[in-house]
Design a protein around this ligand. Structure first.
Ligand code: MF3
Ligand code: CO
Length: 252
């Protein structure tokens, strides 16, 4: 069941997502050669608590950290560690919080110093695919119009869209209906309505879309070892079109 949100609820979800966006922006600035992701996790947690926000992932189905940090061929749900980041790595950071009863959830992928052209293009392709998906989050369109826009852009760039994980509704729960796949034919699924709030989150691989989860039960990597990127925004569907909530300055 898809829960529609009132304008005042959307305002609260915006506040939660503002906190997430602010913290991701601070983390982005700390990503450099020699930094370690366990420190980023600790910083994310402290910044959240200082804002009266509770990290949403820690303890979620037993996930042990506040931040997901996925390096290079890691797709999602990578564990923060003391391993120093190296020049040329790409790092996906996914962060969520609960604030004032509502969740915020967003993710970015950032280069560590100078990265390969392939890595840079992967990052740009994934972010652009997210924006094109967001553009479809308009009343009257259907859910898979978002999915299709993402998949088309990714495949035109000769990359592939991960199937195993999807976006989701967000509000009083971190994961609400509907599931938001990043692939599919256009014109299918539920009709989009004002008051829906969706976390749209393409995961894109340079090689095949197949992934596998490691022994730790969380860390998900590409099967072929190719690089992967992940961007996520929480987006409200309004009469006036999509509004990105996980931003500090109104841009996406
Ligand atoms: N953005 C991801 C999601 O919506 C992050 C979840 S990590 C988890 O599923 F640890 F909470 F599972
Ligand atoms: Co999410």
């Amino acid at each position: 069941m898809v829960i529609l949100k009132s304008p005042s609820e959307i305002e609260k979800i915006r506040q939660s997502n503002f906190i997430v966006a602010e913290i991701l922006e601070i983390l982005r600035q700390k990503v450099e050669h020699g930094a370690d992701t366990l420190t980023l996790d600790r910083i994310a947690e402290e910044l959240a608590l200082a804002r009266n926000a509770k990290p949403a992932f820690k303890g979620y189905r037993g996930y042990p950290y506040s931040l997901c940090t996925s390096v290079n061929q890691q797709v999602v749900h990578g564990f923060p560690s003391m391993r120093p980041l190296e020049e040329g790595d790409i790092l996906s950071m996914d962060f969520g919080i609960l604030y004032n009863g509502y969740y915020g959830d967003a993710a970015i992928t950032v280069p560590v110093g100078t990265v390969s052209n392939v890595a840079q293009e992967l990052i740009e392709t994934t972010q652009k695919a997210l924006f094109l998906g967001i553009e479809q989050a308009v009343p009257g369109k259907r859910l898979s119009d978002i999915s299709h826009a993402i998949q088309s852009h990714v495949e035109a760039a000769r990359c592939s869209v991960v199937r195993k994980f999807v976006g989701h509704g967000i509000g009083k729960s971190l994961h609400e209906d509907p599931q938001v796949p990043n692939y599919g034919k256009p014109g299918m699924g539920i009709r989009l309505k004002p008051g829906m709030v969706l976390a749209i989150e393409p995961m894109v691989n340079v090689g095949s879309y197949e992934v596998e989860t490691l022994e730790d039960g969380w860390t998900t990597v590409t099967k072929d070892g190719s690089l992967s990127a992940h961007f996520e925004h929480s987006v409200a569907i309004t009469e006036d079109g999509p509004v990105v909530l996980s931003t500090t300055d109104g841009s996406a």
